[in-house]
Design a protein around this ligand. Structure first.
Ligand code: GDP
Length: 290
């Protein structure tokens, strides 16, 4: 059964339904409260939590469990379906020539994710290249260069360059032999106008097939505004959640996915280039509710 490794308090509440074939309104209320608690502590947006729990409540009370289905499994199935409905499958990334643009605030993990994703594509038999256009953060060039060396993938950057748009243009030319171009951009500490202007200009030059928003798993309630801003400026097709090896559960990604009507592409699970996974809903949902 999906969601076997649920958090203990939710599991405890659901276990009270063991042996029951019908669920009372009281049971549903209790379960929904528990789910709300889990999602809120995982940093899922408050209004999203309310919307989800209303749907779960309504379905659990109105739908007839299929004959022979224990109440516990029935409710669990509804919870799972509602979350999958929201999160969806991982962002589609065809294993072919493409250009991917990474957006996000400084420190979210863009540069690390660019190298990780390049490594991931290289394991699929493609030839990726990372283009580093971050002229804002000191050390971004060196970091990208080192990481792409470790990932054994092509790299273009200009340590003396001052114009990120020109670097992007040049980078696409210089890495013409690669199949997958991953363009890293500069972040800022906050959503500032010059950040948005810069990424819009880069986007116009790069013309990406896919733009991914990179979010730190600990982003919390700030995810909504970021997602909205980046979606308005470059159009977000998917989300990369980083630092899932920490304690944060990454509920902000759910908010971002909802806000941009997109999906999750990759999960970052450490500082090394190999610490990357394609998103799959089951494990992520268990973690959110855990
Ligand atoms: P950028 O400013 O968005 O390019 O962010 P960086 O790629 O430089 O990442 C910021 C910091 O987070 C660096 O110290 C990275 O090593 C670290 N980092 C990035 N992704 C992960 C991850 O998945 N797990 C852990 N533990 N650290 C990460």
């Amino acid at each position: 059964m999906v969601l076997d490794d649920l958090g203990s308090s939710l599991r405890g509440t659901l276990d009270k339904l063991r042996g029951k074939s019908r669920i009372s309104e009281e049971d549903v209320e209790e379960i929904v409260k528990e789910i709300q608690r889990s999602l809120l502590s995982a940093d899922v947006d408050v209004s999203l939590v309310m919307e989800l729990s209303d749907n779960i409540k309504q379905r659990a009370l109105e739908e007839e469990p299929p004959a022979g289905t224990p109440a516990r499994d029935f409710v669990l199935r509804i919870v799972y379906e509602e979350l999958v409905d929201l999160i969806g499958e991982s962002t589609e990334l065809p294993l072919e020539e493409q250009t991917i643009l990474l957006a996000g605030l400084q420190g979210s993990g863009k540069t690390t994710s660019a190298a990780k994703m390049a490594w991931w594509f290289s394991t699929k038999g493609l030839r990726p290249a990372v283009i580093q256009t971050d002229t804002f953060r000191p050390g971004a060039y060196d970091q990208a260069k080192e990481m792409t060396e470790r990932a054994e993938v092509d790299f273009y950057g200009d340590p003396d360059g001052e114009d990120p748009v020109e670097i992007a243009r040049q980078g696409l030319e210089e890495t013409g032999e690669a199949d997958v171009h991953i363009v890293d951009t500069a972040g800022r500490h906050a959503l500032e106008d010059d950040l948005i202007d810069e990424i819009e200009e880069i986007e116009a030059v790069v013309d990406p097939d896919t733009s991914l928003l990179v979010l730190d798993a600990a982003i919390g309630q700030g995810a909504k505004e970021q997602a909205q801003q980046f979606d308005e400026s470059v159009g977000i097709d998917g989300v990369v959640i980083t630092k899932l090896d920490g304690t944060a559960k990454g509920g902000g990604a759910l908010t971002a996915v909802d806000q941009t009507d997109s999906s999750i592409a990759f999960l970052g699970t450490g500082e090394e280039v190999q610490d990357v996974e394609r998103f799959e809903p089951d494990g992520f949902i268990s973690r959110l509710l855990g």
